[in-house]
Design a protein around this ligand. Sequence first.
Ligand code: C5P
Length: 448
Amino acid sequence: MPRVVGHADDNGAHAEQVSFERAGRTVDAERAGAAIGVSGACENRAVFVVVGVTGGIAAYKTVQLVRELIRAGHDVHVIPTDDALRFVGLPTWEAISRNPVTTSVHDDVARVRHVSLGQRADLVVVAPATANTLARMAAGLADDLLGTTLLATTAPVVVAPAMHTEMWGHPATVANLATLRERGVHVVGPADGELTGGDSGPGRMSEPEEIARFALGLVDADVRDLAGLRVVVTTGGTREPIDPVRFVGNRSSGRQGVAVALAAADRGADVHVVAAHVDAHVLAAASAHPRITLSRAGTTAELQTATTDAAATADIVVMAAAVADYRVDRVADRKLSKDGSDGTLTLTLVENPDILAGLAAERRPGQTIVGFAAETATGDELLERGHRKRARKGVDLLAVNEVGWQHGFEVEENSLLLLAADDDAPAPVRGTKRRVADALWDAVLLLR
Ligand code: C5P
């Protein structure tokens, strides 16, 4: 794994037509064999889902969310706000949801539509949820069909916020979100990434498959296949101090480990994240998740203590942290100075304990230990190194991650080889870090 010396202040689906019976209604659904991760949910039961769409550019991604829900066999009713229709028109919502769509409380009055959708809903998802919508929800405003529906429902409500970083961080939005959370509203995202104005930061609506998976997980046990399991996930890069202002570190962003933790928590596990160096915005969604507890560790020694403690009661441990193999032998008390130097600086590094190998050697009965290995090798050499490392560390599963100057670190996409003892040459799993995280959990469940 590349290591740098830095400063402490650096910072196709083939579709088939099927029908589902629910409460006397039959719902036609196009189920796709290759639907992404949500098709397994609620396979025999169509969920009555209300999808509220509010006025943000991310509304175009909600078309895909509705499509995912329809493909998984659910009965979807879209309620756009007037503003949302400026981004995606009413015919699109009707065509994609296969249900009539209206925005007004004055339509379909005979069937008391302003409250009936909310009363009938098993699940309400608001995506995107703008800062304005979150404020309206917190205030309980009911001046449109989405507002009345949200007041009339007792179903779980999920919001997927989308807005510019400044709006997301504004104290008004923070307070509104806290109010909604207190009332039991579930929050998915927002993700950290490119925003409409070309700027970047937290505020981007989560991906449709992630929202669908989380939301369906609230109403169906099938996607809570990790429920009851206690999981420890380490993430981020450890930093070994040289002196009070400098350290030896690495390029790990912690994104993959955070995705592994979020996927486990969404699937019902109780997750303890031990985070080494991870940027606050990468950690934000994990810190806010109701099933995730978080502890921090700076150095390898701190990570070892926190992880060993947490592992004592865990069913599964995933070591996704990029742990420094070496630490500086003698940490200087004061900032090292160039005064009197001969133009060179020699640091002596000593090997750190291998936390993962230690955990594997002392695993509790029934405990599953998963490691990550960042490798710059490719092809057969990557596979061979992976197998040797898996055996040497004694882990049940090793996620081999090809890294290089241009890939693996600080990016949203990843490619992993998931190696268990009897896997000769598995195909790599590719996609978003969340997508490969879900594949990792599928592989772990196969081993248990
Ligand atoms: O040997 P390598 O550093 O590639 O091993 C990577 C795996 O071992 C990761 O899961 C990492 O978290 C873990 N590790 C560890 N303690 C170390 C070095 C790596 O637990 N000192």
